[in-house]
Design a protein around this ligand. Structure first.
Ligand code: G4P
Ligand code: NA
Ligand code: NA
Length: 189
């Protein structure tokens, strides 16, 4: 997606440890007009899959999922990372291993909001190691619903998540794939 790549080149900052900071439009401040174009693009890519629900994980996925859902006219469900009092007791759980923190944490979705007839589109901001996606897939599998596709805003093609997820036969579409980040320069695939 050219508009997105242009934005990444304009305002993205490469941190020393292979992290791309895009706080000014995606992870802190939100560029709603750009998110709108991202939502349209996900709709164009997945409109023929009879999507009935969009699934993501809190926090950064929610804005993208909500804007995308307006085009599909379906609800968004986001997996929660903390076991709050407000969350139903009866949940589907997924495990997410965080490489950065070297811990495994649980994400949860109430059983009320996933039905075995649901056709799910997952959306997320980044695909790096793919662990968040694996956790969401666990939830989808436990609920016995159908994973139709995954829409990612920025894939870090030099990390192993993309291959890991595609090798499972999952239909992943990333709007920008970064091949390499070297000396502060971003090179797209
Ligand atoms: P992964 O296996 O799910 O791909 O993620 P990983 O543990 O490698 O990364 C941990 C968190 O950092 C994830 O967010 C992921 O989206 C995010 N991330 C990974 N690489 C980058 C990057 O280069 N730039 C930015 N801005 N983020 C990156 P999270 O903690 O699960 O979620 P959230 O609360 O931010 O939504
Ligand atoms: Na995320
Ligand atoms: Na994130």
């Amino acid at each position: 997606m050219e508009l997105l790549k242009k934005k990444i080149l304009e305002v993205g900052r490469v941190e020393g440890d292979g992290i791309l900071k895009v706080d000014s439009f995606l992870n802190h401040q939100l560029d709603v007009e750009l998110l709108n174009e991202i939502g349209k693009e996900f709709y164009r890519l997945f409109k023929d899959y009879n999507i009935t629900k969009i699934l993501t994980a809190e926090v950064s996925g929610i804005a993208i999922a909500a804007i995308t859902a307006q085009y599909f006219k379906v609800p968004v469900v986001f997996a929660k990372k903390t076991q709050s009092k407000n969350l139903d007791k009866d949940t589907y759980e997924g495990e997410v291993y965080s490489y950065t923190k070297d811990i495994t944490y649980k994400i949860r979705v109430s059983k009320r909001y996933l039905d075995k007839k649901d056709n799910i589109l997952i959306v997320d901001d980044f695909l790096a190691n793919g662990q968040a996606l694996l956790g969401l897939k666990q939830i989808i599998d436990s609920a016995n619903c159908n994973l139709k596709g995954v829409g990612i805003v920025i894939e870090k093609g030099f990390q192993k998540g993309g291959k890991l997820i595609r090798d499972k036969g999952i239909n992943v579409k990333s709007l920008a794939i970064i091949e390499e980040m070297k000396d502060g320069n971003i090179i797209f695939k």
